[in-house]
Design a protein around this ligand. Sequence first.
Ligand code: SAM
Length: 275
Amino acid sequence: MTESASQAPPGPASLGAAGPAHRQAVDPVGVWRRFVGSSVLLDGFHALKHAVRFGAEVPLAVTVDRAAALALADELAPDVRETLDALLTQVTESTYTSLVPRPHPTAVAALAVRPSREVNLRTLARTPRSAPVVVLDQPRNLGNAGAVIRLAAGFGATGVVTTGTLDPWHPTVVRGGAGLHFATAVERLAVDELPPGPVFALDPEGEDIRGLKLPDDALLAFGSERSGLSADLRARADHLVALPMRPQVSSYNLATSVAMALYHWSATGGAPIKD
Ligand SMILES: C[S@@+](CC[C@H](N)C(=O)[O-])C[C@H]1O[C@@H](n2cnc3c(N)ncnc32)[C@H](O)[C@@H]1O
C-alpha cells in the first residue's frame, strides 16, 4: 500500500477537534509534522493499543507494515482491531524513521490528544474516592515515573500526581507508561495543590505497612530517588508508612515501592481492580 489514502481523509483542520479519526491520512507526513508538537507520541503497537482501549483521541497512526500490525491486533488486541484497521496508515520505513526519535521494534507510531487538565483535576479532586491517588514527590527518573503510571493504571488507581520539575507527560515517561497515561489521571501539581484526602507518605522510618489498612481515598506519597520526601510533603503527611526492609538496606527503588504499597492496598480490601 502506498502512503496515499485509500479512504476519504480528515482535513488537517478537523483533526484537533475530531474524535478518533477512523480514516487514513492523505498526507501522513504533513499531518504528523503539523500535530506532533502539541500531541502525545505513542511509540509502538502496545502504547497505541492501550491508548485506544482507554479512550484516547488518536488523529493519526502510522506503520511500516499494516498487515503485521493488524496480525498483532488479531493476536493481542481483538477488542480494538477494527479501530486500528481504520486508523493505521502505511508509510515507508524511511518515512517512519524520520518521524520518530527512536524506531520501535513493532514499527508503529501514533499521535494522541493529551487529555484535558481540567478534566483530570476534577477526577483527582472528586470525593468519595474508590482508589488512591499516587503522589511522586519531586521524582527525577523518567523511567520510574512511566513504570509508576503503568502500575497505577493496572491497579485502577485514581491517578498519579507529580510535584517538582519532572513532566509526567514527557515522551520518555509516556514510553515507559506503555500508553497507559490514558487509563488514569496524570498531572503535575504543587504540594499545596494536592487533591483532598489523608496523605500516607512512604518512608523507611515510618510505621510498618503490614499493620495498616490504606484507605481508598488515600494519597500515597513517595519521595524522590535522590533525597526522599521533601519538607513540604512531610508537613502535609498524616502518616509515615514503612515497607518491610532489613536494617542494612537503605531503601527500595521508587517504582518498586509504589508497587508494594498499591499491592498492599489492594490485598487488604482495596476496591476491586476494574475490567
Ligand atoms: C529510592 S527511595 C529514596 C532514597 C533516598 N536516598 C532517601 O534518602 O530516602 C525513593 C522513595 O521510595 C520509598 N521507599 C523506598 N524504600 C522504602 C521503605 N523501605 N519504606 C517506605 N518507603 C520506601 C520512599 O517514599 C522513598 O522516598
